[in-house]
Design a protein around this ligand. Sequence first.
Ligand code: UN1
Length: 509
Amino acid sequence: SDSPALPTTHELRARALAGLGNLGVTVPEGGDFHARTPLTGENLFGLQAATAGDAEAAVADAHAAFLTWRSTPAPRRGELVRRLGELLREHKSDLADLVTIEAGKIRSEALGEVQEMIDICDFAVGLSRQLYGRTIASERPGHRLAETWHPLGVVGVVSAFNFPAAVWSWNTAVALACGDTVVWKPSELTPLISLACDHLLCRAADEVGAPRDVHRLLLGDRAVGERLVDDPRVALVSATGSTRMGREVGPRVAARFGRSLLELGGNNAAIVAPSADLDLAVQGIVFAAAGTAGQRCTTLRRLIVHRDIAETLVERLVAAYRRLPIGDPFDENTLVGPLISTASLDAMNSALARVQAQGGKVLAGGNRRLSQAAPRAAYAEPVLVRVDEQTDVVREETFAPILYVLTYDTLEEAIELHNDVPQGLSSSIFTRDQQEAEIFLSAAGSDCGIANVNIGTSGAEIGGAFGGEKETGGGRESGSDAWKAYMRSATNTINYSSELSLAQNVSFL
Ligand code: UN1
Protein backbone atom coordinates (compact mmCIF):
# COMPACT_ATOMS: atom_id res chain seq x y z
CA SER A 1 0.00 0.00 0.00
CA ASP A 2 1.07 3.60 -0.50
CA SER A 3 3.05 5.33 2.20
CA PRO A 4 0.47 7.25 4.21
CA ALA A 5 2.16 10.63 4.12
CA LEU A 6 4.75 12.49 2.13
CA PRO A 7 7.38 14.71 3.69
CA THR A 8 6.68 18.42 3.25
CA THR A 9 8.88 20.66 1.15
CA HIS A 10 9.83 22.39 4.37
CA GLU A 11 11.05 19.11 5.87
CA LEU A 12 12.92 18.21 2.70
CA ARG A 13 14.61 21.60 2.64
CA ALA A 14 15.75 21.07 6.22
CA ARG A 15 16.97 17.56 5.43
CA ALA A 16 18.87 18.78 2.36
CA LEU A 17 20.48 21.58 4.36
CA ALA A 18 21.45 19.19 7.14
CA GLY A 19 23.03 16.79 4.64
CA LEU A 20 24.86 19.57 2.83
CA GLY A 21 26.00 20.91 6.21
CA ASN A 22 27.44 17.51 7.18
CA LEU A 23 29.20 17.41 3.84
CA GLY A 24 30.66 20.88 4.45
CA VAL A 25 28.86 22.50 1.53
CA THR A 26 27.57 26.03 1.89
CA VAL A 27 24.66 26.59 -0.46
CA PRO A 28 25.11 29.76 -2.51
CA GLU A 29 21.47 30.77 -2.03
CA GLY A 30 19.65 33.68 -3.53
CA GLY A 31 19.64 33.29 -7.30
CA ASP A 32 16.88 32.29 -9.65
CA PHE A 33 18.29 28.89 -10.60
CA HIS A 34 16.22 26.53 -8.49
CA ALA A 35 16.99 23.32 -6.69
CA ARG A 36 13.75 21.36 -6.49
CA THR A 37 12.42 18.05 -5.30
CA PRO A 38 10.21 15.61 -7.19
CA LEU A 39 8.87 14.34 -3.85
CA THR A 40 6.58 17.37 -3.70
CA GLY A 41 7.39 18.94 -7.08
CA GLU A 42 8.33 22.18 -5.33
CA ASN A 43 11.39 24.39 -5.20
CA LEU A 44 13.91 24.07 -2.38
CA PHE A 45 16.36 26.93 -2.89
CA GLY A 46 17.29 29.56 -5.42
CA LEU A 47 20.89 29.10 -6.52
CA GLN A 48 23.17 30.95 -8.94
CA ALA A 49 23.61 29.59 -12.43
CA ALA A 50 26.97 29.91 -14.17
CA THR A 51 27.36 32.82 -16.58
CA ALA A 52 29.06 32.62 -19.97
CA GLY A 53 32.10 34.17 -18.27
CA ASP A 54 32.09 31.47 -15.58
CA ALA A 55 32.04 28.78 -18.26
CA GLU A 56 34.94 30.39 -20.10
CA ALA A 57 36.95 30.65 -16.89
CA ALA A 58 36.19 27.06 -15.89
CA VAL A 59 37.46 25.68 -19.19
CA ALA A 60 40.54 27.93 -19.12
CA ASP A 61 41.36 26.92 -15.54
CA ALA A 62 40.76 23.23 -16.17
CA HIS A 63 42.99 23.46 -19.22
CA ALA A 64 45.75 25.13 -17.22
CA ALA A 65 45.45 22.42 -14.57
CA PHE A 66 45.65 19.76 -17.28
CA LEU A 67 49.12 20.98 -18.25
CA THR A 68 50.39 20.02 -14.77
CA TRP A 69 48.14 17.05 -14.20
CA ARG A 70 49.14 15.23 -17.40
CA SER A 71 52.74 15.06 -16.17
CA THR A 72 51.84 13.95 -12.65
CA PRO A 73 52.67 10.21 -12.41
CA ALA A 74 49.50 8.20 -12.91
CA PRO A 75 49.71 6.34 -9.55
CA ARG A 76 49.88 9.75 -7.85
CA ARG A 77 46.82 10.82 -9.77
CA GLY A 78 45.25 7.66 -8.39
CA GLU A 79 45.81 8.99 -4.86
CA LEU A 80 43.34 11.79 -5.56
CA VAL A 81 40.74 9.28 -6.67
CA ARG A 82 41.46 7.08 -3.66
CA ARG A 83 40.85 10.03 -1.32
CA LEU A 84 37.62 10.85 -3.16
CA GLY A 85 36.50 7.24 -2.65
CA GLU A 86 37.22 7.50 1.08
CA LEU A 87 35.20 10.70 1.36
CA LEU A 88 32.32 9.12 -0.53
CA ARG A 89 32.33 6.19 1.93
CA GLU A 90 32.35 8.57 4.88
CA HIS A 91 29.45 10.64 3.53
CA LYS A 92 27.47 7.85 1.90
CA SER A 93 24.28 8.46 3.84
CA ASP A 94 24.14 12.23 3.31
CA LEU A 95 24.88 11.85 -0.38
CA ALA A 96 22.12 9.26 -0.71
CA ASP A 97 19.72 11.70 0.99
CA LEU A 98 20.46 14.31 -1.66
CA VAL A 99 19.95 11.73 -4.44
CA THR A 100 16.55 10.88 -2.96
CA ILE A 101 15.57 14.51 -2.46
CA GLU A 102 16.52 15.60 -6.00
CA ALA A 103 16.04 12.46 -8.13
CA GLY A 104 13.34 10.74 -6.07
CA LYS A 105 15.16 7.41 -5.70
CA ILE A 106 14.17 5.04 -2.93
CA ARG A 107 16.71 4.73 -0.14
CA SER A 108 18.34 1.46 -1.23
CA GLU A 109 18.75 2.68 -4.80
CA ALA A 110 20.13 6.02 -3.64
CA LEU A 111 22.65 4.20 -1.43
CA GLY A 112 23.35 1.92 -4.40
CA GLU A 113 24.14 4.94 -6.54
CA VAL A 114 26.71 6.14 -4.00
CA GLN A 115 28.10 2.60 -3.81
CA GLU A 116 28.54 2.68 -7.58
CA MET A 117 30.63 5.84 -7.14
CA ILE A 118 32.77 4.18 -4.48
CA ASP A 119 33.24 1.15 -6.72
CA ILE A 120 34.39 3.17 -9.72
CA CYS A 121 36.86 5.05 -7.50
CA ASP A 122 38.37 1.71 -6.43
CA PHE A 123 38.48 0.66 -10.06
CA ALA A 124 40.15 3.91 -11.16
CA VAL A 125 42.77 3.71 -8.38
CA GLY A 126 43.79 0.29 -9.73
CA LEU A 127 43.62 1.62 -13.26
CA SER A 128 46.10 4.36 -12.36
CA ARG A 129 48.74 1.60 -12.23
CA GLN A 130 47.46 -0.22 -15.30
CA LEU A 131 47.34 2.25 -18.19
CA TYR A 132 49.00 -0.35 -20.33
CA GLY A 133 50.22 0.01 -23.85
CA ARG A 134 51.58 -2.86 -25.91
CA THR A 135 54.98 -3.60 -27.36
CA ILE A 136 54.72 -4.75 -30.96
CA ALA A 137 57.20 -6.92 -32.86
CA SER A 138 58.85 -4.78 -35.53
CA GLU A 139 59.47 -6.09 -39.03
CA ARG A 140 62.91 -4.45 -38.96
CA PRO A 141 66.06 -5.65 -37.15
CA GLY A 142 67.09 -3.52 -34.17
CA HIS A 143 63.69 -1.85 -33.93
CA ARG A 144 60.90 -1.85 -31.42
CA LEU A 145 57.34 -0.64 -31.80
CA ALA A 146 55.40 0.59 -28.80
CA GLU A 147 51.93 1.89 -28.10
CA THR A 148 51.87 4.64 -25.48
CA TRP A 149 48.78 6.14 -23.86
CA HIS A 150 48.79 9.83 -22.98
CA PRO A 151 46.24 12.06 -21.23
CA LEU A 152 43.79 13.69 -23.61
CA GLY A 153 42.88 17.09 -22.15
CA VAL A 154 39.80 18.65 -20.62
CA VAL A 155 36.79 16.34 -20.49
CA GLY A 156 33.36 18.00 -20.56
CA VAL A 157 30.87 15.84 -18.66
CA VAL A 158 27.18 16.42 -19.32
CA SER A 159 25.01 14.22 -17.09
CA ALA A 160 21.34 13.48 -16.59
CA PHE A 161 18.99 13.65 -13.59
CA ASN A 162 18.44 9.91 -13.23
CA PHE A 163 21.99 9.01 -12.20
CA PRO A 164 22.96 12.46 -11.03
CA ALA A 165 26.13 11.35 -9.23
CA ALA A 166 27.18 7.89 -10.46
CA VAL A 167 27.51 8.83 -14.12
CA TRP A 168 29.63 11.83 -13.13
CA SER A 169 31.86 9.54 -11.08
CA TRP A 170 32.33 6.98 -13.89
CA ASN A 171 33.62 9.75 -16.09
CA THR A 172 35.49 11.75 -13.50
CA ALA A 173 37.27 8.97 -11.58
CA VAL A 174 38.52 7.43 -14.83
CA ALA A 175 39.36 10.77 -16.49
CA LEU A 176 41.38 11.93 -13.48
CA ALA A 177 43.34 8.67 -13.30
CA CYS A 178 43.99 9.04 -17.03
CA GLY A 179 45.51 12.51 -16.47
CA ASP A 180 42.59 14.55 -17.79
CA THR A 181 40.78 17.36 -16.01
CA VAL A 182 37.00 17.70 -15.91
CA VAL A 183 34.37 20.41 -16.36
CA TRP A 184 30.97 19.13 -15.32
CA LYS A 185 27.54 20.36 -16.47
CA PRO A 186 25.04 18.30 -14.47
CA SER A 187 21.30 18.13 -15.06
CA GLU A 188 19.48 21.34 -14.09
CA LEU A 189 17.28 19.13 -11.93
CA THR A 190 20.05 17.97 -9.59
CA PRO A 191 22.27 20.87 -8.53
CA LEU A 192 22.57 19.96 -4.84
CA ILE A 193 24.11 16.51 -5.28
CA SER A 194 26.40 18.12 -7.88
CA LEU A 195 27.57 20.75 -5.40
CA ALA A 196 28.23 17.96 -2.91
CA CYS A 197 30.28 15.84 -5.34
CA ASP A 198 32.28 18.87 -6.50
CA HIS A 199 32.96 19.86 -2.91
CA LEU A 200 34.24 16.41 -1.93
CA LEU A 201 36.50 16.28 -4.95
CA CYS A 202 37.91 19.76 -4.23
CA ARG A 203 38.52 18.66 -0.67
CA ALA A 204 40.32 15.53 -1.85
CA ALA A 205 42.43 17.65 -4.24
CA ASP A 206 43.44 20.00 -1.42
CA GLU A 207 44.30 17.11 0.86
CA VAL A 208 46.51 15.29 -1.64
CA GLY A 209 48.03 18.43 -3.14
CA ALA A 210 46.46 18.10 -6.60
CA PRO A 211 45.64 21.26 -8.57
CA ARG A 212 42.26 22.57 -7.54
CA ASP A 213 41.11 23.05 -11.08
CA VAL A 214 41.32 19.38 -11.99
CA HIS A 215 37.55 19.67 -11.57
CA ARG A 216 35.12 22.50 -12.17
CA LEU A 217 31.36 22.49 -11.78
CA LEU A 218 29.04 24.60 -13.92
CA LEU A 219 25.43 24.73 -12.82
CA GLY A 220 23.17 25.96 -15.55
CA ASP A 221 20.90 25.20 -18.44
CA ARG A 222 21.66 23.93 -21.92
CA ALA A 223 23.51 27.10 -22.95
CA VAL A 224 26.25 26.09 -20.49
CA GLY A 225 26.43 22.62 -22.01
CA GLU A 226 26.65 24.17 -25.47
CA ARG A 227 29.77 26.06 -24.44
CA LEU A 228 31.48 22.78 -23.57
CA VAL A 229 30.28 21.26 -26.83
CA ASP A 230 31.74 24.09 -28.91
CA ASP A 231 34.96 24.84 -27.03
CA PRO A 232 38.03 23.44 -28.87
CA ARG A 233 39.89 23.14 -25.54
CA VAL A 234 37.38 20.48 -24.48
CA ALA A 235 39.00 17.40 -25.99
CA LEU A 236 36.22 14.98 -25.12
CA VAL A 237 32.55 15.65 -24.51
CA SER A 238 30.99 12.79 -22.57
CA ALA A 239 27.24 13.28 -22.66
CA THR A 240 24.44 11.21 -21.14
CA GLY A 241 20.85 11.98 -22.05
CA SER A 242 18.26 11.64 -24.77
CA THR A 243 18.92 10.59 -28.34
CA ARG A 244 17.61 14.01 -29.35
CA MET A 245 20.38 15.66 -27.31
CA GLY A 246 23.00 13.29 -28.75
CA ARG A 247 21.91 14.05 -32.28
CA GLU A 248 22.83 17.68 -31.65
CA VAL A 249 25.95 17.15 -29.58
CA GLY A 250 27.62 14.50 -31.78
CA PRO A 251 27.80 16.49 -35.05
CA ARG A 252 28.75 19.74 -33.27
CA VAL A 253 31.68 18.16 -31.50
CA ALA A 254 32.68 16.32 -34.68
CA ALA A 255 32.59 19.59 -36.65
CA ARG A 256 35.55 20.81 -34.59
CA PHE A 257 37.17 17.35 -34.68
CA GLY A 258 36.62 16.88 -30.97
CA ARG A 259 35.72 13.51 -29.53
CA SER A 260 32.39 12.62 -28.08
CA LEU A 261 31.25 9.75 -25.92
CA LEU A 262 27.49 9.39 -26.09
CA GLU A 263 25.23 7.48 -23.71
CA LEU A 264 21.74 8.02 -25.10
CA GLY A 265 18.36 6.38 -24.97
CA GLY A 266 17.64 2.70 -24.52
CA ASN A 267 14.59 0.59 -25.36
CA ASN A 268 15.70 -2.49 -23.51
CA ALA A 269 14.00 -5.84 -23.87
CA ALA A 270 14.03 -9.22 -22.20
CA ILE A 271 13.14 -12.48 -23.90
CA VAL A 272 11.45 -15.01 -21.61
CA ALA A 273 11.83 -18.54 -22.97
CA PRO A 274 9.62 -21.51 -22.07
CA SER A 275 12.34 -23.06 -19.90
CA ALA A 276 12.82 -19.89 -17.79
CA ASP A 277 12.76 -20.07 -14.00
CA LEU A 278 9.67 -17.93 -13.56
CA ASP A 279 10.25 -17.03 -9.90
CA LEU A 280 13.58 -15.54 -10.83
CA ALA A 281 12.22 -13.98 -14.03
CA VAL A 282 9.36 -12.21 -12.23
CA GLN A 283 11.72 -10.64 -9.70
CA GLY A 284 14.20 -9.64 -12.39
CA ILE A 285 11.50 -8.18 -14.62
CA VAL A 286 9.75 -6.17 -11.91
CA PHE A 287 12.98 -4.61 -10.64
CA ALA A 288 14.17 -3.80 -14.16
CA ALA A 289 10.82 -2.38 -15.32
CA ALA A 290 9.43 -0.63 -12.24
CA GLY A 291 12.62 0.12 -10.27
CA THR A 292 13.73 3.77 -10.26
CA ALA A 293 10.17 4.44 -11.47
CA GLY A 294 11.24 3.33 -14.95
CA GLN A 295 13.77 6.13 -15.21
CA ARG A 296 17.02 4.29 -15.87
CA CYS A 297 18.48 4.25 -19.34
CA THR A 298 18.70 0.50 -18.71
CA THR A 299 15.04 0.17 -17.65
CA LEU A 300 13.24 -2.84 -19.10
CA ARG A 301 10.69 -1.47 -21.56
CA ARG A 302 9.77 -4.50 -23.68
CA LEU A 303 9.07 -8.07 -22.63
CA ILE A 304 9.13 -10.71 -25.37
CA VAL A 305 7.50 -13.82 -23.92
CA HIS A 306 7.09 -17.27 -25.45
CA ARG A 307 3.43 -17.85 -26.22
CA ASP A 308 3.24 -21.04 -24.10
CA ILE A 309 4.11 -19.25 -20.85
CA ALA A 310 2.70 -15.79 -21.61
CA GLU A 311 -0.53 -16.24 -19.70
CA THR A 312 1.15 -17.59 -16.56
CA LEU A 313 3.88 -14.98 -16.58
CA VAL A 314 1.51 -12.07 -17.23
CA GLU A 315 -0.74 -13.23 -14.39
CA ARG A 316 2.19 -13.23 -12.00
CA LEU A 317 3.40 -9.83 -13.20
CA VAL A 318 -0.05 -8.31 -12.83
CA ALA A 319 -0.18 -9.59 -9.24
CA ALA A 320 3.28 -8.17 -8.52
CA TYR A 321 2.42 -4.81 -10.11
CA ARG A 322 -0.74 -4.52 -8.00
CA ARG A 323 1.34 -4.95 -4.85
CA LEU A 324 4.01 -2.35 -5.66
CA PRO A 325 4.21 0.20 -2.83
CA ILE A 326 4.33 3.68 -4.36
CA GLY A 327 5.07 6.88 -2.51
CA ASP A 328 7.63 8.52 -0.24
CA PRO A 329 11.03 7.21 -1.33
CA PHE A 330 12.39 7.78 2.20
CA ASP A 331 9.85 5.27 3.54
CA GLU A 332 11.66 1.94 3.73
CA ASN A 333 8.63 0.02 2.42
CA THR A 334 8.32 2.07 -0.76
CA LEU A 335 9.59 0.51 -3.98
CA VAL A 336 8.44 3.14 -6.47
CA GLY A 337 9.11 6.82 -5.85
CA PRO A 338 7.93 9.78 -7.92
CA LEU A 339 8.64 10.51 -11.55
CA ILE A 340 10.97 13.44 -11.93
CA SER A 341 8.24 15.87 -13.03
CA THR A 342 4.67 16.24 -14.18
CA ALA A 343 6.09 16.62 -17.69
CA SER A 344 7.28 12.99 -17.40
CA LEU A 345 3.82 11.97 -16.26
CA ASP A 346 2.34 13.76 -19.29
CA ALA A 347 4.74 11.91 -21.57
CA MET A 348 3.75 8.63 -19.92
CA ASN A 349 0.04 9.33 -20.32
CA SER A 350 0.45 10.41 -23.90
CA ALA A 351 2.37 7.21 -24.73
CA LEU A 352 -0.36 5.18 -23.02
CA ALA A 353 -3.09 6.94 -24.96
CA ARG A 354 -1.25 6.41 -28.24
CA VAL A 355 -0.49 2.75 -27.62
CA GLN A 356 -4.11 2.08 -26.70
CA ALA A 357 -5.19 3.74 -29.92
CA GLN A 358 -2.80 1.36 -31.70
CA GLY A 359 -4.43 -1.68 -30.09
CA GLY A 360 -2.50 -1.97 -26.82
CA LYS A 361 -4.35 -3.24 -23.71
CA VAL A 362 -3.47 -2.02 -20.23
CA LEU A 363 -3.16 -5.08 -17.96
CA ALA A 364 -2.21 -3.35 -14.70
CA GLY A 365 -1.31 0.06 -13.35
CA GLY A 366 -1.24 3.41 -15.09
CA ASN A 367 -3.08 5.54 -12.53
CA ARG A 368 -1.74 8.64 -10.95
CA ARG A 369 -1.27 8.48 -7.18
CA LEU A 370 -0.98 11.00 -4.35
CA SER A 371 -2.16 13.87 -6.52
CA GLN A 372 -4.05 15.41 -3.61
CA ALA A 373 -1.15 15.17 -1.17
CA ALA A 374 1.30 16.54 -3.75
CA PRO A 375 -0.41 18.12 -6.77
CA ARG A 376 2.88 19.27 -8.29
CA ALA A 377 4.57 15.91 -7.91
CA ALA A 378 4.13 12.96 -10.28
CA TYR A 379 3.53 9.64 -8.55
CA ALA A 380 2.31 6.97 -10.96
CA GLU A 381 1.60 3.27 -10.96
CA PRO A 382 4.02 1.35 -13.16
CA VAL A 383 2.04 -0.04 -16.05
CA LEU A 384 1.95 -3.29 -18.01
CA VAL A 385 0.60 -3.09 -21.55
CA ARG A 386 -0.10 -6.03 -23.85
CA VAL A 387 0.70 -5.24 -27.49
CA ASP A 388 0.46 -7.42 -30.59
CA GLU A 389 3.20 -5.69 -32.51
CA GLN A 390 5.96 -3.14 -32.13
CA THR A 391 4.12 -0.02 -33.16
CA ASP A 392 5.93 3.32 -33.29
CA VAL A 393 5.18 4.09 -29.61
CA VAL A 394 6.72 0.77 -28.57
CA ARG A 395 9.81 1.55 -30.61
CA GLU A 396 10.28 4.88 -28.80
CA GLU A 397 11.85 5.38 -25.39
CA THR A 398 9.30 6.89 -23.00
CA PHE A 399 11.20 7.69 -19.80
CA ALA A 400 8.55 6.28 -17.46
CA PRO A 401 7.60 2.86 -16.04
CA ILE A 402 5.73 1.35 -19.00
CA LEU A 403 6.42 -2.28 -19.85
CA TYR A 404 5.11 -3.50 -23.22
CA VAL A 405 4.45 -7.26 -23.40
CA LEU A 406 4.78 -9.06 -26.75
CA THR A 407 4.67 -12.78 -27.50
CA TYR A 408 6.75 -14.99 -29.79
CA ASP A 409 6.81 -18.55 -31.13
CA THR A 410 10.39 -19.13 -32.29
CA LEU A 411 13.64 -17.81 -30.85
CA GLU A 412 14.54 -16.43 -34.26
CA GLU A 413 11.36 -14.35 -34.24
CA ALA A 414 12.06 -13.21 -30.67
CA ILE A 415 15.56 -12.00 -31.56
CA GLU A 416 14.22 -10.23 -34.62
CA LEU A 417 11.63 -8.37 -32.55
CA HIS A 418 14.26 -7.71 -29.93
CA ASN A 419 16.61 -5.97 -32.35
CA ASP A 420 13.92 -4.19 -34.34
CA VAL A 421 14.11 -0.88 -32.46
CA PRO A 422 16.39 2.12 -33.11
CA GLN A 423 18.15 1.86 -29.72
CA GLY A 424 20.73 -0.71 -28.58
CA LEU A 425 21.67 -0.36 -24.92
CA SER A 426 20.75 -3.33 -22.74
CA SER A 427 19.09 -6.71 -23.21
CA SER A 428 18.50 -10.01 -21.52
CA ILE A 429 17.16 -13.51 -21.92
CA PHE A 430 15.59 -15.68 -19.23
CA THR A 431 16.18 -19.31 -20.15
CA ARG A 432 17.60 -22.54 -18.79
CA ASP A 433 18.50 -23.71 -22.26
CA GLN A 434 22.21 -23.11 -22.80
CA GLN A 435 21.93 -23.22 -26.56
CA GLU A 436 19.30 -20.46 -26.56
CA ALA A 437 21.38 -18.37 -24.19
CA GLU A 438 24.48 -18.68 -26.38
CA ILE A 439 22.54 -17.84 -29.54
CA PHE A 440 21.22 -14.71 -27.81
CA LEU A 441 24.77 -13.69 -26.85
CA SER A 442 26.27 -14.49 -30.26
CA ALA A 443 27.06 -12.15 -33.13
CA ALA A 444 23.64 -12.94 -34.61
CA GLY A 445 21.85 -12.46 -31.28
CA SER A 446 21.25 -9.28 -29.28
CA ASP A 447 22.63 -6.18 -31.00
CA CYS A 448 23.05 -4.27 -27.72
CA GLY A 449 26.12 -3.12 -25.81
CA ILE A 450 24.90 -5.08 -22.80
CA ALA A 451 23.46 -8.61 -23.14
CA ASN A 452 22.55 -10.62 -20.04
CA VAL A 453 21.31 -14.09 -19.15
CA ASN A 454 18.89 -14.75 -16.28
CA ILE A 455 19.19 -11.24 -14.88
CA GLY A 456 17.32 -8.10 -15.93
CA THR A 457 18.54 -5.30 -18.16
CA SER A 458 19.36 -2.74 -15.46
CA GLY A 459 21.76 -2.60 -12.55
CA ALA A 460 25.07 -3.24 -14.30
CA GLU A 461 28.26 -3.50 -12.23
CA ILE A 462 30.97 -0.91 -12.87
CA GLY A 463 33.60 -3.51 -13.85
CA GLY A 464 32.25 -3.97 -17.36
CA ALA A 465 32.09 -1.34 -20.10
CA PHE A 466 28.72 0.43 -20.11
CA GLY A 467 27.06 1.71 -23.25
CA GLY A 468 25.20 0.75 -26.36
CA GLU A 469 24.87 0.72 -30.11
CA LYS A 470 22.70 2.41 -32.74
CA GLU A 471 20.81 5.44 -31.40
CA THR A 472 22.24 4.76 -27.95
CA GLY A 473 25.33 6.48 -29.34
CA GLY A 474 28.13 3.90 -29.31
CA GLY A 475 30.01 5.21 -26.25
CA ARG A 476 31.50 2.98 -23.56
CA GLU A 477 32.07 4.21 -20.01
CA SER A 478 33.01 2.80 -16.64
CA GLY A 479 35.04 -0.44 -16.52
CA SER A 480 36.88 -2.81 -18.87
CA ASP A 481 38.95 -0.78 -21.35
CA ALA A 482 36.52 2.17 -21.55
CA TRP A 483 39.43 4.28 -20.18
CA LYS A 484 40.94 4.35 -23.66
CA ALA A 485 38.33 6.92 -24.74
CA TYR A 486 39.83 9.29 -22.16
CA MET A 487 43.38 9.05 -23.51
CA ARG A 488 45.19 9.37 -26.82
CA SER A 489 47.53 6.71 -28.07
CA ALA A 490 50.86 7.27 -29.77
CA THR A 491 52.71 4.66 -31.79
CA ASN A 492 56.46 4.79 -31.24
CA THR A 493 59.08 3.30 -33.57
CA ILE A 494 62.45 3.07 -31.85
CA ASN A 495 65.57 2.20 -33.82
CA TYR A 496 68.25 0.84 -31.50
CA SER A 497 70.51 -0.39 -34.34
CA SER A 498 73.14 1.70 -36.08
CA GLU A 499 71.53 1.26 -39.49
CA LEU A 500 68.67 3.11 -41.05
CA SER A 501 66.29 0.54 -42.48
CA LEU A 502 63.07 1.59 -44.11
CA ALA A 503 59.85 -0.29 -43.70
CA GLN A 504 58.25 -2.18 -46.58
CA ASN A 505 61.84 -2.72 -47.95
CA VAL A 506 61.88 0.76 -49.44
CA SER A 507 65.36 1.86 -50.49
CA PHE A 508 66.30 5.51 -50.67
CA LEU A 509 69.73 7.15 -50.97
C1 UN1 B 1 21.72 5.29 -16.47
O1 UN1 B 1 20.55 4.97 -16.34
O2 UN1 B 1 22.03 6.37 -17.05
O3 UN1 B 1 23.06 -0.34 -15.14
C2 UN1 B 1 22.85 4.51 -15.92
C3 UN1 B 1 22.42 0.45 -14.43
C4 UN1 B 1 23.20 1.45 -13.63
C5 UN1 B 1 23.56 2.63 -14.46
C6 UN1 B 1 22.44 3.24 -15.25
N1 UN1 B 1 24.37 0.82 -13.13
O4 UN1 B 1 21.20 0.44 -14.36
